[in-house]
Design a protein around this ligand. Structure first.
Ligand code: FA5
Length: 365
């Protein structure tokens, strides 16, 4: 500011103030966000602004000039402060509109579930991990991994497996029926054994016998959940069809599997049993890992836990799929995957697998 004229601020000073006001108003209009305002507000209207710098130099003026220039500066600052206040209100309103727009939910929008707290990466569950480990063991033994449908016709789940309608053995599988077609003709598969039929049918159709395959997957039964049962559970089916296969191959396979998966210190045994699709048939049991054979609630105080059923393929099943039982023989087995997981980690009650308690699940991350 010029101090030459002692009586009144020169028009130069008035122009200078007007110039600063114009600059400040242009800067206010150029502010684009609240963050922008916070960062640049000080340079427009605060202590670092051109008007504030001018105000601090009033000390060198005569009292009259100080009064006059001071009043002009005060008015100039009022104009700029008002502009800042009104820009602040505009920016706040527009930030709020943007936020509302972002949060707006149209009917029909996909609702993306927020991840639960605390934020952790997900991981495969115990049953999936067990399934992968079982597959690995059988792949190492030379088996292929196959898949089969979870919804089956009565023919695949029962009839082709030598279980005709009204056969008393149907009572072994309490079945969920699907409301498709004629009543009680479509089922949620009660075991993975129907995949045996699919595998044999397709090997016959493509001329690709022999078969060495396992087929893991979900099964459904109207079983009341308890320490060893769920209504939705998993099995892994094994199927070997080849020339000259005997019960010794089946027993050796199960023994090799038990040692590979559970380790040498777990005892296993085969007990005579009955399945309509195998003859002879057996149940495969291991020492209960909860009580180490002493007897507990989980093993119904027997010291043994049944993991699955097995046996030599019945010629009636070969007939259903058109395989010559004179030339081919084979065995099949079906193990409970959830049961294997239960025994592997020493889980006294299988229902923990479906409770979705993260404190339980995270132990198997
Ligand atoms: C069967 O399901 C036969 N398909 C097994 C088989 C296959 C025999 C091939 C011969 C040849 P079973 O109903 O016993 O058999 O079931 C086999 C295993 O599945 C049981 O030992 C158990 O480990 C598991 N399992 C059966 N029901 C349940 C259930 N409700 N919850 C959890 N696991 C189950």
């Amino acid at each position: 500011m010029s101090h030459d004229d002692e009586s009144a601020p020169s028009s130069h000073v008035a122009d200078q103030i007007a110039g600063h006001v114009a600059d400040a108003l242009a800067a206010v209009a150029a502010l684009t966000s609240m963050q922008d305002l916070d960062e640049r507000g000080g340079a427009i209207v605060g202590k670092r602004s051109a008007l504030a710098v001018m105000q601090r130099s009033l000390a060198g003026l005569s009292p009259d000039q100080r009064r006059d220039v001071g009043a002009r500066l005060q008015e100039a600052r009022r104009v700029v402060e008002e502009a800042v206040a009104s820009r602040r209100a505009e920016l706040l309103a527009s930030a709020r509109t943007q936020r509302l727009e972002a949060d707006r939910l149209e009917l029909g929008d996909v609702v993306v579930q927020r991840r639960p707290w605390p934020l952790t990466d997900g991981h495969a569950g115990l049953v999936s991990t067990t399934q992968a480990q079982l597959e690995d063991v059988f792949v190492a033994m030379g088996y292929e991994v196959a898949d089969g449908p979870q919804v089956e016709s009565d023919w695949y789940n029962f009839e082709a497996l030598n279980i005709p309608p009204a056969h008393p053995a149907r009572g072994m599988w309490d079945t969920f029926y699907v409301g498709l077609g004629d009543p009680e003709t479509v089922v949620l598969r009660t075991h993975t054994s129907p995949t045996q039929v699919h595998l044999m049918e397709s090997a016959v159709a493509t001329g690709t016998l022999p078969i060495h395959a396992v087929a893991p997957g979900r099964c459904f039964r109207r079983d009341t959940p308890d320490a060893r049962h769920l209504a939705v559970f998993h099995q892994i089916e094994g199927l070997v069809v080849d020339r000259g296969i005997t019960f010794a191959d089946l027993a050796g396979t199960i023994e090799t599997f038990t040692r590979a998966y559970f380790g040498a210190d777990i005892d296993s045994r085969l007990r005579p049993s009955y399945f309509p699709f195998t003859e002879p048939s057996a149940e495969f049991e291991i020492t209960c890992t909860i009580c180490r054979g002493e007897g507990c609630r989980t093993c119904s105080h027997t010291g043994w836990i049944e993991l699955g059923g097995c046996g030599m393929l019945d010629p009636a099943v070969f007939d259903s799929v058109g395989i010559d039982a004179e030339e081919w023989s084979g065995f099949a087995f079906g193990f409970g995957i959830d049961r294997c997981a239960q025994m592997k980690v020493g889980l006294s009650d299988m229902r923990a697998l479906i409770e979705n308690d993260v404190r339980f699940l995270d132990q198997f991350a």
